[in-house]
Ligand binder design. Structure first.
Ligand SMILES: Cc1cc2nc3c(=O)[nH]c(=O)nc-3n(C[C@H](O)[C@H](O)[C@H](O)COP(=O)(O)O)c2cc1C
Length: 259
């Protein structure tokens, strides 16, 4: 294992793209994708341990916090985290900090992947995908510099009761939304969605994808489907699909990425 480790959860590639750039600018790191089963948990040999994850429903995806609880970090390690959101960071960093105390944290924004709620261009304030990518190049360099020089953030991670309430209700909302997935006749059973699902919640049966209800709502299945065969309510058939332009399904499906 590399002396720099970054744990990353990513549905539509924004977080993975940033994690890869940070790793590159750090001079190398192992990026561990936070997918089930949680294979890499003992990183006590790492000198720097980081997290890059999105805000889902006012906080961290449940999988990030569950995974973090199983990770063993050296007490001497430098720890950092970056929370990505479309508009507000929510309580994810606050919750992660309770599990793994963070030396350094940042919040960043990129396009919204929650296709059933907003068009991806609804990112606030609005900005083009190309401009966001350019901003992230610079941000990655800043973050990598801070991490390599072991800069400490003195402020506590963001918290507000409204986001905490939203995040508490989120598993129920996510479960309800998961039941609304539909797979159309356009599905060719290619199995890409099954490979991408971080929870192993999709299987191919009779040449067609079957989606269960144990869903993290990362929407990678829907947003990356080459046939646009997956929907979650009528609105998702109309709206333009989005995924990070620099992240391929093959990138996202990996367990550990060596940079
Ligand atoms: C199910 C879901 C819920 C989301 N909830 C929020 C939210 O509460 N606040 C916010 O600002 N962005 C929210 N977003 C937007 C994501 O944080 C943002 O698109 C992020 O860049 C996605 O990262 P990824 O591409 O690595 O998955 C949500 C996205 C999804 C899919």
């Amino acid at each position: 294992m590399h002396k720099n480790v970054i744990f990353c959860f990513s549905g539509t590639g924004n977080c993975l793209n940033l994690a890869k750039m940070i790793a590159r600018d750090m001079g190398g790191a192992d990026i561990v994708m936070m997918r089930r089963p949680f294979e890499t948990t003992d990183v006590r040999e790492a000198e720097r341990v980081g997290f890059v994850f999105p805000c889902f429903g006012g906080g961290a995806p449940e999988d990030v916090l569950t995974y973090a609880r199983s990770i063993r970090v050296s007490p001497e390690a430098y720890t950092f985290a970056v929370s990505m959101s479309a508009s507000y960071p929510g309580t994810g960093l606050h919750e992660l900090n309770k599990i793994i105390p963070l030396n350094y944290w940042r919040t960043v924004r990129h396009h919204c992947s929650c296709i059933w709620l907003f068009p991806h261009k609804m990112m606030l304030p609005p900005i083009s995908v190309e401009a966001a990518q350019k901003q992230h190049e610079k941000l990655a360099l800043d973050i990598a510099y801070d991490v390599m020089t072991k800069k400490a953030t003195t402020k506590a991670p963001p918290y507000n009761a409204l986001n905490a309430g939203e995040n508490k209700a989120w598993p129920m909302i996510a479960k309800k939304k998961a039941a609304a997935f539909r797979v159309s006749g356009a599905c060719i059973g290619c199995g890409q969605c099954a490979k991408l699902c971080p929870r192993g919640n999709i299987r191919i049966e009779g040449g067609k994808a079957v989606i269960g209800t144990d869903c993290a709502q990362c929407l990678s299945c829907l947003q990356y489907c080459p046939q646009k065969a997956i929907s979650i309510g009528k609105i998702t058939d109309i709206r333009e699909h989005y995924h990070n332009p620099n992240v391929t399904p093959a990138d996202l499906a990996q367990q550990v990425i060596h940079i």
